[in-house]
Design a protein around this ligand. Structure first.
Ligand code: GLC
Length: 420
């Protein structure tokens, strides 16, 4: 009798491993250390649960990633259970994801309320916050010191300092030196950079919270005209085709004084094999003139479970693990990915690894949001029109006045007269 009970127990425990070990899949980004960190987090969950996760990598460009997701989700494909989604997508993709509230145990309460509300569509929590982002200004501490310069408060000061240091370094023999690198390719990343310029000159956020199109104004024109003046002076002509990683490549090899990028570039720039290790400073992006304001576009990524998943419960368990405090802390320390859990901004180990998470707390807590809530499912069309208009000014094919006048008309048409 005893034997048979033990036998049955043994059989059933075997069963729980063999018959119930499942495989699910997750799409992870691969910008900087993203993929490696995703693999490590996934491996820890696999070890805990005995299940297996297939990692699907996606293109670096947010714009290309969205097109891929839209194709998969529109076809109701169940190849991917967990989707890593951009902060601007809940409105566009939300209908394809399950409500995570039944699985979250209320854990969302410890995350920034603004991100949780961004991820809540018609009362459904369609994604858990994973990491947040805001644009920041990187500079070379050694070079500013050498030329007796301070980190710039305004774009005008940045332009002057960049020019001075770049020219000095070129004369000293580094003919590859540039003043300022950023994201100028015609894609979502340019929308982020250009929104920062426009908002820093008090030119608004393209479309305001009530859905009103505000972009055709003099401050916005001044912002875009200023940025166009950088191309082929302090910024390489190739910047018009740069994404995040191209800008980081130039800065990290030591060939730029300033860089606009997201926080992930900090940890890589300070890695053992980085030529500029220990010589990097990070401050808020400059104001547009003395009356302007510091502005960093709010970015960031969430994890969502597909409605077409055959295993929503397991998928949700993976999401809750990856977005947990433990994982967010590890990712902050190893990869300088900003936590979405507020208490981690007071964690000593996190602040030692990434001091600017403390000094720039306001930048992260009050980033400038893109108008994705006001424009809902139309956001990508709005952004596309904005980055194309901006790109035409940067490349000199239109002046800011002509580009923004046309953009306003395009946005009116897209919004069907402001009704979105
Ligand atoms: C970063 C941001 C994301 C943004 C993208 C643009 O990944 O987190 O929100 O859309 O950059 O390139």
């Amino acid at each position: 009798m005893k034997r048979s009970i033990i036998g049955a127990m043994f059989a059933s425990s075997l069963l729980s491993v063999s018959a119930f070990a499942e495989t699910i899949s997750i799409s992870c980004g691969a910008v900087g250390q993203e993929l490696e960190l995703c693999q490590q987090g996934v491996a820890a969950w696999e070890k805990d649960t005995g299940h297996t996760v297939k990692i699907v990598t996606t293109p670096n460009s947010t714009t290309e990633r969205l097109a891929l997701y839209q194709q998969l989700l529109a076809a109701g494909a169940n190849d991917i259970d967990v989707f890593q989604i951009d902060v601007i997508w809940p409105g566009i993709l939300g209908n394809h994801f399950i409500d995570l509230k039944p699985y979250s145990n209320g854990d969302e309460a410890s995350h920034f309320p603004s991100i949780v509300s961004n991820n809540t569509v018609k009362d459904r929590l369609v994604a858990m916050p994973w990491f947040t982002d805001a644009g920041v200004l990187y500079y070379r501490t050694d070079l500013l010191e050498k030329y007796d310069e301070e980190p710039p408060e305004t774009w005008e000061a940045l332009t002057e300092t960049a020019e001075k240091v770049m020219n000095g370094e070129r004369e000293a023999g580094n003919d590859k030196m540039w003043g300022f690198v950023w994201q100028g390719r015609a894609y979502e990343g340019l929308t982020c950079d250009a929104l920062e310029w426009v908002a820093s000159y008090n030119g608004g956020t393209i479309v305001d919270q009530d859905g009103k199109i505000t972009i055709n104004n003099d401050n916005a024109k001044q912002a875009l005209t200023t940025a166009a003046g950088w191309v082929d002076t302090i910024s390489p002509p190739g910047v018009l085709n740069y994404g995040e990683e191209e800008a980081r490549g130039v800065f990290q090899t030591g060939n730029a004084v300033f860089m606009r990028n997201w926080p992930y570039a900090w940890s890589l720039g300070n890695s053992e094999d980085s030529p500029i290790k220990g010589n990097i400073g990070v401050v808020a992006l400059p104001k547009g003139g003395d009356d302007g304001s510091h502005s960093g576009t709010l970015g960031g990524w969430q994890l969502a479970v597909s409605k077409y998943s055959k295993n929503p419960e397991l998928a949700a368990s993976l999401v809750m693990y990856l977005t947990s405090l433990e994982e967010q802390k590890r990712r902050a320390i190893v990869g300088s990915y900003n936590p979405t859990i507020e208490s981690l901004y007071e964690d000593e180990e996190v602040l030692t690894a990434v001091p600017f998470f403390g000094s720039l707390y306001d930048t992260f807590a009050n980033g400038t949001p893109r108008p994705s809530t006001a424009t809902g499912v139309k956001y990508n069309q709005v952004s596309n029109a904005f980055w194309n208009a901006t790109h035409s000014v940067l490349s000199g094919s239109k002046d800011a006045d002509a580009a923004l006048t046309k953009l306003q008309k395009d946005l009116k048409r897209i919004s069907r007269g402001g009704r979105w």
